[in-house]
Write a protein that binds this ligand. Sequence first.
Ligand SMILES: O=C(O)CCC(=O)C(=O)O
Length: 298
Amino acid sequence: MQPNGTNGPSPRPFPALTAAQRYHFDVYGYVVIENTLTENEVGTLREALQKLKRDLVATGEPTRAVVRNARASAHKPHHIHLSHVMESDPAILDYLAHPRLVAMVEEVVGGSVRIEESEAIINSRDPNADPDAPLRYGFHAGTRPQYGTYTENGLYHCNFVKTLTNLTDLGPDDGGTVCIAGSHKIQCSQEDIIACAYEDPSLIHQVIAPAGSTLLFGEALIHATGRIRSDKERVIVIGGYTPPMFQAWDGQEPSAEFVAQTPESLRPLVTGSDKWQWKQRFRTLAMRAQTDASHTAA
Ligand SMILES: O=C(O)CCC(=O)C(=O)O
């Protein structure tokens, strides 16, 4: 990852996913790429988010306060959801502009993108949760098949894509994101799909990966926060992306001051300034991933 604004963005690989990763994405609606970030990057991001959490909680009203233009959209003792974290620390923009990650997103969107949201979650086991209760999740999706998805070169594309990177190791009991595999293509009611998944839990896949790994998925995939059963805290950072003519999520447009200090080369990504000049690009499945040392974590 390059430091924010020092040398301009390095070129983004195309395609960024191997054929097998792309096939996995098409079949299940997601793919987990392990070790996209270095240990240093993980540590820097985790510290930046913990500091933001401390500063928001110290205001006494974390869901009303604004700290470095970030907010807490939810806060309980065991769970804080941070919104619009992009402006709060340069490491976070570095993450959101990470050439390899943005390249993966562009590949799935089918062209250039803008940042639509930047969020983070720091959570631990709910002390009031009954460990013997049947597993139930807050399943949701940000768009639906066909409405927000299309096919090109036989491959699935979505116009609302996220990168969720875990900044703590995620074992089976550590509450990794869960999703209903294949739901990104199923044009039935969400309630009916969710009922199928509870009837056959093998349809529910969960992220289990070392710190610094990225879950790439399109928001037509039905997904949710997993359940933490261990004593470990989970920290994740989230980037949301859309084509440039789309709007940012409510309250997540970058401030004028932030845009003014953003290097010009990153402004289209940060603001969507390309608008309807959308640069489309599509791969075929057989294309070999473009990988070199500058696009992979050590
Ligand atoms: O907490 C998680 O792992 C899931 C986050 C989520 O649902 C989202 O970003 O839309």
